[in-house]
Design a protein around this ligand. Structure first.
Ligand SMILES: O=C(O)CCC(=O)C(=O)O
Ligand SMILES: [Fe+2]
Length: 304
C-alpha cells in the first residue's frame, strides 16, 4: 500500500564526505515529485551534515531547481542582483562575467533575515579546478576556548554589501567586470547588525556568524575589530572544519546557510564555469543573549 513511499525513503543513501561537514545523498532524482517523507529526510540530513551533495541531476532545469527549492521553503530572490531571465529567483554566476565568489562568506548576510538555505546547480564546469569549499561554523565555535566563546558571544558585527572592490587585488580586466557587476550589487546599500554568535533556530547549535560582508565589530576601533574578526574567522576556515567538492556537470548542492560559510576557488583562469543558485527565505538571527539582528540601512521609512 505504502510501497512507493517506502521505496523512496529506503533508497535514500547518505554518505558522509568529510569528518565534520558534508554528505552525499544517493538514489534520488530531484526532478521527481518527492514525497513529504523524502523531503523530511533531506531536511534532517541538512541539519546534521550542513551541506548535501547530489550527483547526476541532469534532468533538473531552472524551473525544476525552483520547484525543488520550494519543497524546502519559500523562494528568496537576491535583493539587488536581477534574477536570470524567465526565472522567479535564479541567480546565475558566470565566470565570464565576474561570477567568482572567491571569498569566504555566508550568502546575503547584509540583510536581517538572510536565506536559510541555498541550492546550487552546476551548468558548466572547467576540466580542472573550480571546486567549492564549505566550512562548519558550529564546529568553529565549539573549537574556541571558553574565554573566546564568552567574548564572541558578547559581540555584534555590522554586515554590508557596500564594499571597496577597487581595493581588491584583481587584474585590470577582471576588476572592470567585477565593477560592472557590483554596480548592480550595491544598487541599494544594506547594513545589518548581527550577533557574532547565532543560535540556530532549529538545532539550537551556536554558530560564528562572520564572512565577507562583515565590515566591523560594533563598538570597537577598526584595528581591534579587524584583529578579532581575523582570529574568529581563522577558526571557521581551519581545514578540519571544511569539505571540498569537485564538481561535475549536473551536481546539485544544498547548504544550510545559517550553519556554514563557503568559498568558490578561483583557480581555473580563463576556463568557463557557470553555476545557478536559488535561495530559500530565512528568519532573523538571535544571539546567545536573546537579542535579534537589526537593520541599520535602508532605514525603515526608506525601505519601500
Ligand atoms: O561558485 C560557487 O561554487 C559558489 C558561489 C557562491 O558563493 C554561491 O552560489 O552562493
Ligand atoms: Fe555564496
Amino acid at each position: 500500500m505504502n510501497n512507493v513511499i517506502h521505496n523512496q525513503v529506503v533508497q535514500l543513501e547518505i554518505v558522509p564526505v568529510a569528518g565534520r561537514i558534508g554528505a552525499e545523498v544517493r538514489g534520488i532524482d530531484l526532478s521527481e515529485d518527492l514525497f513529504p517523507a523524502v523531503i523530511q529526510s533531506i531536511q534532517e540530513a541538512l541539519l546534521k551534515y550542513k551541506v548535501l551533495f547530489f550527483r547526476d541531476q541532469h534532468q533538473l532545469d531552472d524551473e525544476g531547481q525552483e520547484r525543488f527549492a520550494k519543497l524546502l521553503g519559500e523562494l528568496y530572490a537576491h535583493p539587488t542582483v536581477p534574477v536570470k531571465d524567465g526565472t522567479q529567483a535564479v541567480l546565475e554566476l558566470d565566470s565570464a562575467h565576474g561570477g567568482r565568489a572567491n571569498a569566504w562568506h555566508t550568502d546575503v548576510t547584509f540583510v536581517e533575515a538572510y536565506p536559510k538555505a541555498s541550492i546550487l546547480r552546476s551548468v558548466v564546469i572547467p576540466p580542472a579546478g573550480g571546486d567549492t569549499v564549505w566550512a562548519n561554523t558550529a564546529a568553529a565555535y565549539e573549537d574556541l576556548s571558553p574565554e573566546l566563546k564568552e567574548l564572541s558571544g558578547s559581540l555584534r558585527a555590522i554586515h554590508s554589501n557596500a564594499f571597496d572592490y577597487a581595493a581588491s587585488a584583481q587584474q585590470e580586466a577582471a576588476r572592470e567586470q567585477t565593477q560592472r557587476k557590483n554596480n548592480a550589487f550595491v544598487s541599494t546599500v544594506y547594513q545589518t547588525e548581527h550577533p557574532v554568535v547565532r543560535v540556530h533556530p532549529e538545532t539550537g547549535e551556536r554558530h560564528l556568524l562572520l564572512g565577507q560582508f562583515v565590515r566591523r565589530i560594533s563598538g570597537l576601533r577598526t584595528a581591534d575589530s579587524d584583529r578579532i574578526i581575523d582570529i574568529l574567522q581563522e577558526h571557521v576556515t581551519r581545514l578540519e572544519n571544511t569539505v571540498r567538492w569537485r564538481w561535475a556537470v549536473g551536481d546539485v548542492v544544498v547548504w544550510d546557510n545559517r550553519a556554514t560559510q563557503h568559498y568558490a576557488i578561483n583557480d581555473y583562469g580563463d576556463e568557463h564555469r557557470v553555476v545557478r543558485r536559488v535561495t530559500i527565505a530565512g528568519d532573523i538571527p538571535i544571539g546567545i543573549d536573546g537579542r535579534r539582528s537589526i537593520t541599520l540601512q535602508p532605514k525603515k521609512e526608506q525601505a519601500d
